[in-house]
Design a protein around this ligand. Structure first.
Ligand code: ADP
Ligand code: ZN
Ligand code: ZN
Length: 797
């Protein structure tokens, strides 16, 4: 017997299976989908068995034998093995990369096998007794009859195999400081000259009864650990070590809740979906924020479970909050496995095992949960399907939506793509009837949409206001503070780019050849087009109106916070950005504090755009809509529209009506004006016309090919050779753009060069890409280059 094995050799990826002889002792147990150790050159490497066959094209006598079995049961079933092959083809990746992404991270590392005895020791074959006597498995497997005997016991169920991964994935604990209550703190006394302790005590008194992560506390209160210890000794606080930042207790104790009575619109959508159970139909559920999409997910999943099948619920990582998962726990109890990034690798593995063993029927998680190893899928849901985080940034560059649709074909189950602002691709497919279109155009509790005001910041400047806050927004904030209502301020700071904008006329300096803003490169003091390579020196005055009020854009949250302190000194402000959420759990803690009314204003970056659902928020301010609008990316308008709609949806979700102010230098841009009233369809029409005119998705497909090298010229040369090769090989209708330097021209001292391919139909694409990879493997790789191919990139920056 011969096994086909895909080996894991990162240094020189070889993208085909190798044949290995199966030693007789393994034949009883061996199956595709198991991992093995095999000799490869001088080393032993990890590999996946992808097939078992009788004969080989190679001389069987020369085949090397498999050295060791890493699993005694497959970690991947046939469907997932096929999926890896499909991903290899569709995303142009190495099969080993696809295989590795299908299993939990814990299984990618080394681990110990462990066997569980389910019967009395005397009941099993004596040869196997040493298994339960600390004898290493690796030694035992040399015995000729070991595997047949083990197989027999496993079939009987007297022994089950398990994996001991606890050592590799030691759980990181964080120290939490719990402050005493106000009364207790009032009674604490401190020596006169203990300034540090006094400072900390003041801080504690201002936050009585709260808990802080020790590292956070040191930073925020400006004290050191010994000071914290002294106050703990005095009884001002207690310490604990906590494993997880999300509250598993809250989820474990979730009370069972019943389904809500659906609105007629929800009922229609529900009926359409449930009527399609058992088919591979894809639905686009287009429902405005708060229209009750989640309720539809819950009830359709319930129906799927009643039919004895399983469901996958995908949400963007940023929306995977305790509040969100609680809704699933309340409905489905312990039938749910939640795969979130707060779990250690070991815990993630445990959840994955529950799925594999059929102990749970619903998996809720971010992108990679689409690979949940269910055997009998009845439904796959992607909420916020337009989110770019569904696409993986590095190899395999898969999109969870494509994987969901592939698996739906395999399992004959429907897919629901839900969004308030669908991606253009999905909406276009729904328009053509490829997807079923379901619409919810009213909020579930019938609250009106918030009133959205667009503020022209050029006007503000003309009136002498140089602040980041327009007069109407500043006034609205003050009003909220007086009335005890809450405000969310959103600083649009997405991407890495800075661009140059005229503060008088709102012009962002554009490329003469492309409809895209030029990007400011600090290193060379130049503006460059990232699409065609055009560059020019930074202008000193506006090319449109000659104003000298021209400057780089990109203000930090910290600066906003300072200005806010001058504007409304009495306001209590919580800041949420990459700096304040670096520690695990800080994200949730800030949100919880805001929810409990401990601040008047929440100020943050895009991470606050989603999931905020607090009744007391009646004002949302977008400080500048322009950052996303001027991204050097063909999706800039789409991203702006999505973001503005999302953020606006945070206001007035309960009884109090909401008001939104969007500050912008481009008040007439259609992405801004149409987001004002959440007019998706007119936006779609207009944006589609733009895409058609400039030849971008969904009219054309795009592929991005990128080289990196320590030497700029080498990277550029390979990109150039590639462009020439592509021009020869691809059809005349295909457009090749570049080569040009990537937006971030150097990362980690490696220069990045890229070219873009735009095509409508390119039957030879896969073949040509494989050819490129071949040259890469045999030549460029050895010379220190990396090549990445990204089909359908979510961004081309
Ligand atoms: P979406 O996912 O579209 O943003 P949700 O499902 O979160 O919307 O619903 C928004 C709010 O409306 C939630 O507070 C939810 O509990 C409530 N809701 C949804 N459907 C109903 C219904 N049929 N009856 C009453 N309240 C509902
Ligand atoms: Zn100008
Ligand atoms: Zn250009």
């Amino acid at each position: 017997m011969i096994a086909e094995v895909i080996v894991d050799v990162a240094a020189h990826p070889i993208d085909r299976p190798f044949d290995y002889a199966i030693p007789a002792k393994f034949t009883a147990l061996i199956e595709p989908g198991m991992r093995v150790k095999v000799p490869f050159g001088p080393r032993k490497v990890l590999g996946f068995i992808t097939g078992i066959k009788e004969t080989s094209d190679f001389d069987p006598k020369k085949l090397k034998p498999i050295h060791e079995l890493m699993d005694v049961a497959p970690v991947l079933n046939e469907e997932l093995l096929d999926l890896a092959k499909w991903m290899k083809r569709e995303t142009v990746c190495f099969e080993i990369d696809a295989l590795k992404v299908l299993i939990p991270a814990a299984l990618r590392a080394k681990y110990e096998k462990r066997f569980v005895l389910n019967a009395r020791l005397e009941e099993i074959a004596p040869e196997l007794h040493p298994l339960f006597d600390q004898k290493p498995f690796v030694k035992m497997q040399d015995a000729a009859d070991f595997y047949p005997l083990l197989k027999k016991e496993m079939d009987k169920g007297t022994i089950t195999a398990d994996t001991d991964i606890s050592q590799q994935t030691a759980i990181k604990k964080v120290r939490i400081v719990h402050f005493a209550e106000a009364e207790q703190l009032a009674s604490i006394e401190i020596r006169k000259n203990a300034k540090q302790q006094e400072k900390l005590l003041d801080f504690m008194r201002a936050h009585a009864g709260e808990a802080f992560e020790s590292a956070d506390l040191q930073k925020q209160a400006g004290v050191t650990l010994p000071t914290i210890y002294s106050l703990v000794d005095k009884g001002a606080a207690s310490l604990s070590n906590e494993e997880h930042y999300r509250d598993p207790k809250m989820l474990q104790e979730a009370e069972k809740k019943d389904a809500l009575a659906m609105t007629p619109a929800q009922q229609d959508a529900y009926d359409a979906i449930t009527a399609s159970l058992g088919t591979s139909r894809t639905f686009l559920l287009h429902g405005i924020t708060g229209s009750g999409k989640t309720e539809i997910y819950l009830q359709t999943i319930d129906q799927v479970l009643k039919q004895g099948k399983e469901a996958i619920m995908l949400v963007p990582e940023i929306s995977l909050t305790p509040q969100m998962t609680l809704r699933f726990k309340e409905r489905f109890g312990d039938k749910v496995a939640v795969l979130h990034s707060g779990l250690s690798a070991g815990e993630k593995y445990d959840e994955w095992r529950k799925i594999q063993r059929g102990e749970v029927q619903v998996a809720v998680g971010a992108r990679s949960a689409v690979f949940a190893p269910f055997e009998n899928l009845g439904l796959i849901i992607l909420d916020e399907e337009h989110e770019s985080s569904y696409k993986q940034d590095d190899s395999p560059r898969y999109h969870a939506r494509d994987i969901a649709i592939y698996r739906s074909g395999r399992h004959q189950c429907p897919v629901i793509l839900g969004s308030a602002t669908p991606s253009l691709e999905s909406y276009a497919r729904a328009q053509k009837g490829v997807y079923g279109l379901l619409v919810l155009d009213k909020r579930a509790k019938n609250q009106p949409l918030p009133t959205v005001n667009i503020v022209d910041m050029r006007e503000e400047l003309r009136n002498g206001n140089r602040s980041m806050f327009s007069v109407p927004l500043a006034e609205a904030i003050r009003e909220r503070i007086e009335n005890g209502q809450q405000t969310v301020l959103f600083l649009n700071k997405r991407g890495y780019s800075s661009f140059v904008l005229c503060r008088d006329c709102g012009t962002a300096v554009q490329c003469p050849n492309c409809d895209i803003s030029l990007t400011y490169h600090r290193s060379s003091e130049a503006l460059r087009c990232h699409y065609c390579g055009h560059d020019e020196p930074v202008p000193t005055s506006c090319p449109e109106c000659e104003s000298e009020h021209i400057r780089f854009f990109g203000t930090g949250t910290q600066k906003v916070e300072e200005e806010l302190a001058r504007l409304v000194p009495e306001a209590r402000v919580l800041r949420m950005d990459v700096d304040t959420t670096r520690n695990k759990g800080s994200h949730e803690r800030i949100l919880a504090a805001f929810g409990e009314g401990k601040a008047d204003i929440l100020l943050g970056t895009q991470m606050i755009a989603k999931g905020l659902d607090f009744p007391n928020i009646t004002l949302v301010g977008v400080l500048s809509a322009d950052t996303t609008l001027n991204l050097p990316d063909f999706r800039a308008a789409e991203k702006t529209y999505q973001l503005l709609t999302q953020v606006s949806g945070r206001a007035g979700r309960d009884k109090l009506p909401g008001t939104v102010y969007i500050q912008t230098y481009s008040p007439e841009h259609y992405a801004v004006t149409l987001a004002k009233d959440q007019l998706y369809e007119p936006f779609y029409e207009q944006e589609m016309a733009m895409r058609r005119a400039s030849g971008y998705p969904p009219y054309y497909f795009v592929a991005n090919i990128q080289f990196t090298h320590e030497d700029l010229m080498t990277a550029a040369t390979y990109a150039e050779q590639t462009v020439r090769y592509l021009a020869q090989q691809l059809s005349p209708g295909t457009v090749i753009i570049g080569p040009s330097a990537a937006l971030i021209a150097r990362i980690n001292n490696r220069y990045r060069y890229q070219c873009l391919i735009k095509y409508k139909k390119e039957p030879r694409l896969a073949e040509v890409m494989q050819q490129l990879i071949k040259v890469y493997r045999t030549d460029w790789l050895k010379k220190g280059a990396t090549l990445s191919i990204d089909l359908n990139p979510t961004t081309v920056m």
